[in-house]
Design a protein around this ligand. Structure first.
Ligand code: FAD
Length: 497
């Protein structure tokens, strides 16, 4: 007779603490093993990149050091992995977190559910970070989220897990071991994955860095230290939102700076708010949430999009931000918004033309935040205020000395603060003095920022006033915000920073 086992299926929850599947598995005496599946379909998708894979592998390396049960790595479809294990064992139950991912992961979960049903395997799925599956609207969502954040974490005692002791040799064709070993190397300038690293960032944020949170959040250079930098750890589940929330709340009531901590806690809720939106409306990955915008921005100017992707638009702040995020995987919120605003408003390109490029670039790529944020900045949600960020003004306000620009746009590194934001304004004498040849040393601006913004504003506002957009907005508000007299997220209203 085959031995009964339970399997913890790790996905985007690569941690050992506050982990419902691990905790539940530890409550019974069935032998346990853990698996992670590298899925080619996900890895080949247009929103995936090697930096994500490396972060995952580093997280797995850390998990393996901590877990008391085997963590097997597979390459292929999860059904193949479970099928392989089913040949040697009777899988009693599979435990995992619910995932609010892209369409590929959604389809995969449907396939896997079907497989488990056909094999009589019980699949226990646990909610992630207060996101609720299957709700029709947002009534009471904030209250429920707050309750989840305030309840006790799952106190996982890894020693209680009973390991599967049998030697399991995963066939070469479906083993993920090689892939794992080939993707552990650190990329200079990038954050490293893993629960231990996540803890280190969390401690340093609450011990010292958070005091400058509000002061630095909008500054592209200072935000790299002043913000928590916890986003990649959250995206791959090296930490739960609740772990961070409870640390922040504890500090708030024990002498911490209240304003900074409230500002920060609000963003933890935003994280889940956006994922909840995506959970209930996964079409946001592909199409405008408000269909009233479908007939604008219908054509792609490939040359412009390419210039935007390469950081060669001729607008120094735009190019600096793009080159920085491509080189390091990180950019602060305001400058992400500015990049999307420039693509979708100044260049008037469909958001779809840039959404995968930045998904690949962001180390913290989280589909449930990324797609709604992209649409929000592009104005295609319909319900949000449209903000067109002036990239020159953003540069002058948040990088007045031009240090960030000079660091990332080396062609401009010799220009003084007075010229670096708008090099096209240089006189011929200045051009000669700084050996600056417009269009040769650095591109001409591909659009005139002021007139492009004006044209976009008129076009979008006209659309916003249309009957179709207004009607769609009503349905969107009903589904994604609270009903009756309540406001959306009354605890933490959404504003820009
Ligand atoms: C176009 C666009 C795309 C984005 N894509 C992603 C993405 O793929 N993954 C991602 O984690 N964030 C995304 N964001 C949100 C935000 O920019 C990042 O969460 C933040 O910059 C991460 O840095 P941090 O961890 O230092 O944040 P902190 O300011 O320290 O905030 C703490 C945490 O709160 C959450 N958070 C902060 N700001 C936001 C926000 N505006 N919306 C939702 N959650 C927020 C994040 O989980 C973050 O780690 C996007 C924003 C824009 C404008």
């Amino acid at each position: 007779m085959k031995k009964e086992i339970q399997i913890i299926w790790f996905k985007r929850d690569l941690r050992t603490q506050d982990h419902a599947p691990l905790w539940t598995a530890a409550q019974n005496s069935i032998a346990a093993l853990a698996i992670y599946v590298f899925e080619p379909e996900i890895m080949e998708a247009p929103d995936h990149s090697e930096r994500h894979l490396i972060f995952v592998c580093q997280s797995i390396r850390d998990l393996r050091k901590k877990l008391s049960i085997p963590l097997l790595l597979f390459f292929g479809r999860p059904e193949q992995a479970f099928g392989f294990l089913q040949n040697s064992f009777t899988i009693k139950q599979v435990l995992s977190h619910q995932e609010t991912g892209n369409r590929i992961s959604f389809d995969r979960d449907k396939r896997v559910a079907h497989f488990f049903k056909s094999e009589s395997i019980e699949w226990l799925e646990f909610p992630s970070n207060g996101v609720i599956r299957g709700i029709k609207n947002r009534k009471n969502w904030s209250t429920s989220w707050m309750e989840t954040m305030k309840t006790l974490q799952f106190p996982v005692d890894l020693k209680l897990l009973v390991p599967v002791l049998d030697t399991i040799i995963v066939e070469n064709t479906i083993s993920g071991e090689d892939l794992f070993l080939r993707h552990l190397e650190e990329i200079p300038g990038f954050q490293r994955g893993g629960e231990s690293e996540a803890m280190r960032y969390m401690v340093s944020f609450f011990e010292e860095r958070y005091v400058n949170y509000i002061k630095h959040i909008s500054k592209p250079a200072a935000a790299r230290k002043g913000c928590s930098r916890l986003s990649p750890f959250l995206a791959y589940g090296n930490l739960s939102i609740r772990q961070i929330f409870q640390k922040a709340l504890f500090l708030r009531y024990h002498g911490g700076k209240k304003r900074e901590l409230d500002f920060f806690i609000a963003r933890l809720q935003w994280h889940c708010h956006f994922i909840q939106k995506f959970e209930s409306e996964c079409e946001i990955e592909f199409t405008n949430l408000n269909k009233g915008f479908d007939d604008i921005r219908t054509e792609v100017n490939a040359l412009w999009v390419d210039a935007w992707k390469r950081g060669m638009t001729g607008i120094p702040m735009v190019d600096a931000c793009m080159r920085c995020v491509v080189a390091t995987g990180y950019l602060n919120f305001r400058m992400r918004s500015m990049l999307v605003s420039f693509l979708t408003h100044h260049l008037f390109q469909p958001w779809q033309s840039g959404v995968h490029h930045l998904a690949k670039a962001f180390l913290d790529y989280e589909p449930g935040i990324h797609f709604p944020q992209f649409q929000m900045q592009a104005g295609t949600m319909g319900v949000n205020t449209i903000r067109i960020y002036n990239p020159i003004k953003q540069g002058l306000e948040h990088d007045p000395e031009g240090e960030f620009i000079r660091m990332w746009v080396k062609e401009l590194s010799h220009l003084p603060p007075s010229l670096v934001h708008e090099p096209w304004k240089m006189s011929q004498l200045e051009q000669a003095f700084y050996n600056y040849q417009p269009g040769i040393t650095y591109p001409h601006p591909i659009v005139d920022v002021d007139s492009a913004a004006k044209t976009a504003r008129e076009s979008i506002w006209q659309k916003k006033k249309s009957k179709e957009v207004k009607e769609n907005n009503r349905a969107i508000l009903q589904k994604h915000t609270k009903r009756s007299s309540e406001q959306e997220s009354p605890l933490f209203p959404m504003r820009g920073e």
